[in-house]
Design a protein around this ligand. Structure first.
Ligand code: GRG
Length: 296
């Protein structure tokens, strides 16, 4: 069974938590609430909350009570996708196999739904965190990790450098900067959130941070490869979009073959970091090993 099938119950658990916390479609302002639910409940892999939950298991065993807090990370991710798709950014029409938020609801609603998802994430962390008995100190650390990863020292930094580098010559350092910030920071924050909620010590936090960073790089390389080789019916987003916009990508800088090799090397490196935690780290290792073969 491939790892994503084995993790399907976790994916469904995250969806139930999101469904339960997000405002209902009939609650005023209906348009914004409908758009928030439309984009965040659309079929996605829920990789970031799943990474947090699996990381927590390394340090604390079965950890169902992490899910209501970890699920909030998906709201930050969904916000970034909505804004990334806007006409002023990537101007994409398809996401997760359905029309993008601004195509379905208009631009003003999409901007506001994205903003509301970002703030809703922090509301969800506090509300669910207190309900499930996490300390105020742990929840402050979680908020600190995620706000930094989503802010101008994290995702925003990667996004703006990505936009500004379109059509220009890029070097490997810039490519690494863009992807580390745009994609890697939220993956690293996700595993750190899982470790913090599970009470991991310094060494554990350090190990999962290195794992998260390399996971992010391997994920991004395969994302770039999928833009070249993927099937938009499976990825749920337009194929060739990066190439069309002359984006900074691994295949553009290193060729497709070399990019695939780099992804495989990073997967091995990430797996080695968590090998000493086996068998508790088996699912995380399987998840990173799935990246080079992913089709969506
Ligand atoms: C702050 C506007 C703004 C953007 C931040 C994350 C980001 C930058 C933009 C998202 C666009 C994008 C395609 C980034 C590359 C990697 C990525 C995040 C892909 C989508 O993530 P998946 O594959 O998606 O986990 P699903 O749909 O499965 O959740």
């Amino acid at each position: 069974m491939i790892i994503l099938d084995r993790l399907e119950p976790l994916r469904a658990l995250v969806d139930r938590e999101l469904d339960a916390f997000l405002p209902g479609e009939t609650e005023r302002p209906e348009a914004v609430h409908r758009a928030m639910r439309y984009s965040s409940l659309a079929r996605g892999k829920r990789l970031r909350p799943i990474l947090a939950i699996l990381t927590a298991r390394i340090f604390r065993g079965e950890t169902e009570e992490i899910a209501p807090v970890a699920a909030a990370i998906e709201l930050i991710h969904s916000y970034s996708l909505i804004h990334d798709d806007l006409p002023c950014m990537d101007d994409d029409d398809l996401r997760r196999g359905v029309p993008t938020c601004h195509k379905a609801f208009g631009e003003a609603v999409a901007v506001l739904a994205g903003d509301a998802l970002l703030t809703c994430a922090f509301e969800m962390i506090l509300a669910n965190g207190r309900k499930h008995g996490f300390s105020a100190e742990a929840l402050l650390s979680v908020i600190s990790e995620l706000s930094r990863a989503a802010g101008s020292r994290g995702m925003i930094a990667g996004q703006i450098e990505d936009i500004q580098s379109e059509g220009k010559e890029i070097d490997p350092d810039l490519l690494r900067y863009i992807h580390h910030h745009k994609t890697g920071c939220l993956f690293t924050a996700s595993v750190r959130v899982g470790a913090i909620l599970a009470g991991a010590g310094e060494k554990g936090l350090d190990d999962v941070s290195r794992f998260g960073d390399i996971f992010g790089q391997a994920f991004q390389i395969t994302d770039d490869i999928l833009d070249v080789e993927g099937d938009s019916a499976v990825t749920g987003k337009p194929q060739g979009s990066d190439q069309q916009k002359a984006k900074a990508t691994y295949p553009r800088l290193f060729t497709l073959e070399k990019s695939k090799q780099m992804a495989r090397e990073q997967v091995d490196e990430a797996a080695a970091i968590l090998a000493p935690y086996a068998p508790a780290s088996d699912d995380l290792i399987a998840l990173v090993r799935y990246l080079p073969d992913r089709t969506s």
